[in-house]
Design a protein around this ligand. Structure first.
Ligand code: PLP
Length: 381
């Protein structure tokens, strides 16, 4: 049988599977938590209980695994469940190297919770391969964690360079590719051993499902420990959410390409604006991450950017308050544009500048988004 391979084709058809029982084009939602045993005491259909594995979760895994070029994919009930599982599946005790600027919730877990679980972290400037290499503790470091572009200042890490450092040290390279998505970056092709997504964001894309994913380059012992942990700890997604996620993923390429093009237009418009201190976006030619991003990202630089507002924290918060189209809310990657004063969320000790507004660009007309930001900056003066 001919099998379509272009990623757009795979996602548009959600893997192309037709329900064998009815011929339905859209897969059924199997709410069953348990499956009947055969008379000979086997489970010949491959399902026994829905905590370790269930049909729609498996279909999402097949589609995402194909997009990332992975050998084993696991879908979780949230991005944090996926990310923490990548660490917990390491042989422990272990040392890991992680970036100073990364998703704050995961960093908080690494600092406050992971040490008692045998995971000790060193945080470095994730955009510097030298700093990453220097933080390796030979024989103890089992993982380098990378987030690129990294929340909320969008620094870019050279994935291939980080993979070389990890592999020389006998460690794995894990990449949080939530913001890049498989549309813009292919971490496994660049040498990553595991790719993590908060599928809550672009993969689902509609701000109505909490989900996460790990995609492993190889179906090895590390991947199997993660799969076992997911079943044991019950971190799997439910069938309803898996169905929504599969539906959201069907338009992934259209959304991400449009959002990236709009973000670039917005970044260019506000770069050099009299009321803006700086625009942080790897798509801008002057951005420190632009050269690496141009090499390792394909067809866009993501729908995420940040602006630093002149006048400091109070001016940034006032600007957000003046916005009408952009909604003041956390999270990212949905079809509606969101703005967030990130330092307020991350709290004391954050590396996030106090004058920074994080922008998640949705599918609205970029001209409307630009006009709304313009009026908010003027009203702020
Ligand atoms: C949101 C997010 C996470 C955490 O995912 P949840 O689905 O909220 O648990 C991890 N990494 C990045 C980059 C994120 O944006």
């Amino acid at each position: 049988m001919h099998k379509p391979h272009a990623p757009e084709t795979i996602v548009a058809q959600a893997g192309g599977a037709i329900d064998a029982a009815t011929g339905a084009i859209i897969p059924p939602i199997h709410l069953a938590t348990t499956y009947e045993r055969d008379p000979d005491n086997q489970y010949s259909k491959g399902f026994a209980y829905s905590r370790p594995d269930n049909p729609l979760t498996r279909q999402v895994e097949d589609v995402l695994g194909a997009l990332e070029g992975g050998a084993r994919t696991l879908i979780y009930g949230s991005g944090m469940a996926a990310a923490t599982s990548a660490f917990l599946a390491l042989e422990r005790p272990t040392h890991v190297v992680a970036p100073t600027v990364m998703y704050w919730g995961l960093k908080k877990w690494l600092v406050e919770d992971a040490p008692s679980l045998g995971i000790r972290s060193t945080f470095v400037d994730g955009t510097s391969l030298d700093a990453t290499a220097q933080a390796i503790e030979p024989g103890s470091t089992r993982m380098i964690w990378v987030e690129t572009p990294a929340n909320p200042t969008w620094g870019v890490t050279d994935i291939r360079g980080a993979a070389d450092i990890a592999h020389k040290a006998g460690a794995v390279l894990a990449v949080d590719s939530t913001v890049a998505t498989p549309v813009l970056t292919q971490p496994i092709a660049l040498g990553a051993d595991v790719v993590m997504h908060s599928a809550t964001k672009y993969l689902n894309g509609h701000s109505d499902v909490l989900a996460g994913a790990l995609v492993f380059a190889r179906a090895d012992a590390y991947a199997e420990r993660a799969a076992r942990n997911r079943g044991m700890l019950g971190a799997i997604i439910g069938p309803m959410e898996a169905s929504l996620l599969l539906r959201g993923m069907r338009t992934l390429h259209l959304r991400v390409r449009h959002q990236s093009a709009s973000a670039l237009e917005i970044a260019r418009h506000f770069a050099g604006h009299p009321r803006i201190e700086a625009v942080l976006y790897p798509g801008l030619a002057g951005d420190p991450g632009h050269a690496i991003a141009s090499r390792q990202m394909m067809g866009g630089f993501s729908g995420m950017l940040s602006v630093r507002v002149k006048g400091g924290e109070a001016a940034a918060i006032r600007t957000a308050a003046n916005l009408k189209i952009w909604k003041r809310a956390t999270s990212l990657g949905g079809v509606e544009s969101l703005v967030e004063h990130r330092a307020s969320v991350e709290g004391p000790g954050t590396p996030c500048p106090p004058d920074l507004l994080r922008l998640s660009v949705g599918l609205e007309a970029p001209a409307d988004l630009i006009a709304d930001l313009e009026q908010a900056l003027i009203a702020n003066a």
